[in-house]
Design a protein around this ligand. Sequence first.
Ligand code: GLN
Length: 540
Amino acid sequence: MAKYIFVAGGVMSGVGKGVATASIGKVLQSRGFKVTAIKIDPYVNVDAGTMNPTEHGEVFVLDEGTETDQDMGNYERFLDIDLPAINYMTTGSVYEAVIHRERNMGYGGKCVEVVPHIPLEVIDRIEKAASKARADFITIEIGGTVGEYQNVLFLEAARMLRLKKPNDVLFVLVSYLPIPSKIGEMKTKPTQYAVRTLNSAGVQPDIILARSAAALDSKRKEKIALNCNMRQEDVISAPDIETIYEVPLNFEKDGLSDLLLKKLKVRPRKNNLYDWRVLAKTARTAAKEVKIGIVGKYFGTGDFVLSDSYLSVIEAVKHAAFFHKRKPVIGWINAEEFEKNVKALKNLKEYDGVIVPGGFGSRGIEGKISAIRFCRENKIPYLGLCYGMQLACVEFARHICGLPDAHTTEINKDTPNPIIDLMLEQKAALKDNRYGGTMRLGAYYCRLIPGTKAAKAYGRELISERHRHRYEFNNEYRELLVKNGLVISGVNPERDLVEIIELKNHPFFMAAQFHPEFRSRPITSHPLFREFVKAAIIKK
Ligand code: GLN
């Protein structure tokens, strides 16, 4: 038995379709079924790796090294599973495969057409993902909004799969119902149009998840049901709530898993959302705060502030705070501020802990280095992630090892002291402009040095973590930095690459070349975040 649940968005983006999809998976998983999740993105980029985070939010990295949309992170966190590369596709990756097959005579002389060959490739991938996971249920989120030119072929794939397996495919529309402030009434018309647009693609939704600032009343349910050609009980109210962890619980209040099982003719099993209820309760009720500052630069989109660029970091901080039964308060600090005004650095004292997350390029870099120095000298708990580790090493070399011109060659190619430098294969990739999918990507092993804080945090010697970077710690400087007190607490066993550094005589100063945030889960907080937040609480 494999049942396919397509999820598309109506009216507008950004209404929490990813979390809704993850929650659909969660309520089914909580009833003892095996669930996997697929994301389809309609853009032509072959993966999310070449996009600026302010364009499309965080780039989430899978074990296999695929650079994906942040929704894949939502699925992994909600379902507590590692997703394989086959579960992610874009228009670009689908066309690339079809064209490649055509060039290799894979279509045996046929005329290869957009329809049916593109949707067939999509369906083939969906079925492969289902059988790889041996899943009972597969959620498939179609990115974008219905009515957009670019996701039509994916709706076509959904239609074709339903035709092939009429009893095994279900269609959910996550729509939005605005409440214009001047009118003060919830409006259903945009949702009606969205359904009509879906109908014109040959798809009738089975369930509508009605996102809105408030809960749906019966009048609105009636209206949607009548005009969208469905039963009232198939319209589920999904009002704004405090924390995303409440979403599956809220869906269950409306009996969503029962409804899905009934529609797909699957015998129900007992529900177990106990862990999740405890988590949501902590998120709702934790009163004592822990204040974490994130020093970054990918915040702005026009006049608006977007924290999506650091989504997994934020989630990992939350998981750790909930582990310690604290309320996480996250502050955004623009690194460039410290370049304009050094005095602003002392504002860092307001935080119980500071993170410098991943990043690329030169904007804000000196500000980040100053922030790291401030944390080191003022004993503020510090966690560096990827760039935050590289810059911590540069800072240490400059101010402790007497190399004031130390730098990463990402910023200064000709620095006499390249503490952070490109590896050989990366030099070759950049020389040929091979940017897409060529970083050091995905899961690699790291051996921890017994006795270090990192080894104690993990409680074991061999760990595996996900990477996404081109530059590395330059081993030619290892001896010098270690002699001056830097502790190298984790090393990649195959290539002897520095993976984690830490400092003694500091409440918590640790930085990793990898991205621990990609592996943090709501119920099992990541050891590095857990220990970092613990140190932050102690400082407070
Ligand atoms: N820019 C750095 C590199 O490419 C760090 C990347 C990151 O933080 N993800 O190595």
